[in-house]
Design a protein around this ligand. Structure first.
Ligand SMILES: *Cc1c(COP(=O)(O)O)cnc(C)c1O
Length: 356
């Protein structure tokens, strides 16, 4: 049976990425060796690193003066590295979910944190709009896509200070005005590569300002200077990331991908909104994520939630169980997911609804 992959992360990758990665595991760059067993300082791997950085810059139209890094530690390490390197006195944070609050917790270790707004009062099912970012902060940090709750900030915010964003789960799903940011980061395992590599886009001249001791490995300057090769980088995930970047370029770039993603999300949200049985957990359409669609059963059908998961799984719908903090269902429609999978899910929802 055909499987449709709606996992939230690690999650679906393009067939191209998987096939090219499998080939390189057997024989990399015609070296007669696996990519798993060669030096990261070989010229063949250096070429992978260089091309990954170049394509990253090209696809996101990153201006001059920024570095693209590939590090370890996940987005979660960035929650600490960001304030350790960038927080001098005070930073502003927007609290839109668990990931955002984990970032806030780490920032508080390094300085004053102004949480400008939070949507915790309604279990993070909306994006706060009425807030002001003070002008005396070092940066404003936000999470562009809230993977767990299915909310998303799809437009670069307009605030009077420089921005830092966690774009783990919606990178390459839209153009980003990188010039407004000092730093953008994310774990790769949603829209880019297998788990194990973290991307960081950083404005070079913002580094080196914090007056504190920073361990070498946690200092962005180390990795900028050494081109992400201070120590052994996650070689295989970086190779896979390059394949995904090539695939994105072939598709036509982020504007084309954005249109595809919007179309997929529209099909699923329309089906949910038009159904007698299901409802979306995010009421405001503008706040709805096009990456993670969260939905539940209406109260009168609540006891059928478990049945629906089983019913859908039997029909090849993988990973649609909602996060435990939200319940219900979550269908992640990352860049690599084809429209065909969304339509298949909608059919299964209709079939289930007709039976009850
Ligand atoms: C998955 C996710 C994280 C956590 O990433 P790790 O790489 O596991 O640390 C952080 N932020 C967001 C928005 C995520 O979706």
């Amino acid at each position: 049976m055909k499987k449709h992959n709606f996992y939230a992360g690690p999650s679906i990758m393009s067939q191209f990425t998987i096939e090219e990665t499998a080939k390189a595991v057997k024989d990399f760059a015609d070296m007669g060796l696996s990519i798993l067993e060669i030096s990261h300082r070989s010229k063949q791997f250096q070429a992978v690193m260089d091309e990954s950085v170049a394509l990253f810059k090209e696809l996101l139209e990153i201006p001059e003066g920024y570095s693209v890094l590939f590090l370890g530690g996940g987005a979660s390490l960035q929650f600490a590295m960001v304030p350790m390197n960038m927080l001098i006195h005070k930073a502003a944070y927007l609290d839109t979910g668990v990931w955002a609050s984990k970032a806030i917790k780490e920032a508080k270790l390094f300085g004053e944190v102004d949480v400008v707004a939070s949507s915790k009062d309604r279990n993070y099912n909306y994006i706060p709009r009425d807030y002001t970012v003070p002008t005396d902060v070092d940066y404003f940090h936000y999470t562009s896509n809230n993977t767990i709750y299915g909310t998303e900030i799809r437009k670069d915010p307009d605030v009077p200070v420089r921005m830092i964003a966690d774009m783990s789960s919606d990178i390459f799903s839209r153009p980003v005005d990188v010039a407004k940011y000092d730093l953008i980061y994310g774990g790769a395992q949603k829209n880019l590569a297998p788990a194990g590599v973290t991307f960081v886009i950083v404005k070079d001249d913002t580094l080196g300002k914090a007056d504190r001791v920073i361990p070498t490995m946690l200092n962005y300057e180390t990795h900028v200077k050494k081109g992400s090769m201070f120590n052994t980088p996650p070689v295989l995930p970086i190779f896979s990331a390059l394949q995904t970047l090539k695939y994105y370029k072939k598709l036509g770039g982020v504007r084309v991908i954005e249109k595809m993603d919007m179309d997929k999300a529209e099909v699923l949200y329309n089906a949910i909104d038009g159904s007698k049985m299901f409802m979306a957990t995010v009421p405001n359409h503008e706040d709805r994520s096009i990456m993670n669609v969260c939905f539940i059963m209406k109260p009168e059908y609540k006891d059928l939630e478990k049945d629906f998961i089983d019913f859908a799984t039997e029909r090849g719908m993988m990973g649609i169980k909602g996060h435990r903090d939200v319940g219900g269902f979550r269908a992640s429609l990352y860049n690599a997911l084809p429209m065909e999978s969304v339509k298949a899910l909608v059919e299964v929802m209709k079939e289930f609804e007709a039976k009850h």
